[in-house]
Design a protein around this ligand. Structure first.
Ligand SMILES: [Mg+2]
Ligand SMILES: [Zn+2]
Length: 257
């Protein structure tokens, strides 16, 4: 409270003050304020250029569209081979690199009316090859790499399970036929609930037929991206609604929505 008072006195004296530095950072340490993650429209409008860009978004209806009271449009994305480079099952941080230009595609999504949610199968956890903590570090690295390019995803849901038991080093409690492993849609239903998502206005994007099957199972339009496994996994006999060479092309599909 003391710092907030100092902040107000500065304003009254017409002196320069900064809400983030003079209040938020200090109060964060004292744990009297809390933060939460939001998919709604939040932007710095502190310079004339930024202010006019926000005005444009208001006029284009993007601010209203991203209000969670309104049903959300979402692009669901696979992780490996779609956002980061496919290296089989990624186990180590040094295996994580972004897929060519995936950050450009995500940035286009971020600037659109669509929110973006990653849905990924990570059976490496059930196999005992990657711990929950290591998986968190890998996901953080992907977010950091995207962040360097000014891109982000709004949330990530993963399935740590695997259906077949009997391997050395595995975690038996995670070895069962769960409802969340793609192409099952339990993770999509959780996301739908959390973000008020309208499935009829969504796309599922991925580099395998399993991703396309997931989108089909959830009643969404599907996009095969020819990076990573390039749709050559041969697991499901499904046809995507759209095929793109990389995430950069996703803006053409969103624009035509
Ligand atoms: Mg993949
Ligand atoms: Zn699962």
């Amino acid at each position: 409270m003391l710092y907030q008072t100092a902040f107000l006195i500065n304003i009254l004296k017409n002196q320069k003050t900064d809400f983030e530095k003079d209040v938020v950072n200090i109060e964060l340490n004292s744990k009297t304020i809390y933060s939460y993650h939001s998919t709604e429209y939040v932007k710095d409008a502190g310079t004339p250029d930024r202010y006019y860009s926000v005005c444009k978004d208001v006029e284009a209806g993007i601010v209203k569209a991203k209000n969670l009271r309104n049903p959300q449009k979402c692009i669901f994305l696979d992780r490996d081979g779609t956002i980061n480079k496919y290296v089989g099952f990624a186990r180590y941080l040094n295996q994580i690199e972004l897929e060519n230009n995936s950050s450009i595609g995500l940035k286009d999504i971020n600037q659109s009316e669509f929110i973006s949610i990653v849905i990924t199968n990570q059976p490496v956890v059930a196999r005992g090859e990657v711990s929950f903590e290591q998986l968190r570090e890998i996901n953080n690295k992907i977010e950091t790499l995207l962040g360097k390019d000014g891109a982000y995803f709004d949330d990530l849901f993963f399935c740590p399970h695997h259906p077949y038991k009997g391997f050395e080093g595995e975690i038996p409690s995670l070895k069962f036929d769960c409802d969340c492993r793609k192409p099952k849609i339990c993770l999509l239903l959780q996301a739908k609930e959390k973000y008020n998502i309208d499935s009829t206005k969504c796309y599922f994007v991925g580099d395998t037929t399993m991703d396309i099957q997931t989108g089909v199972n959830a009643g969404m339009k599907t996009i095969l991206v020819k990076t990573g496994e390039k749709g050559e996994d041969g697991k499901y006999d499904v046809k995507p609604d759209f095929v793109i060479n990389s995430l950069v092309e996703i803006k053409n599909i969103m624009g035509g929505d």
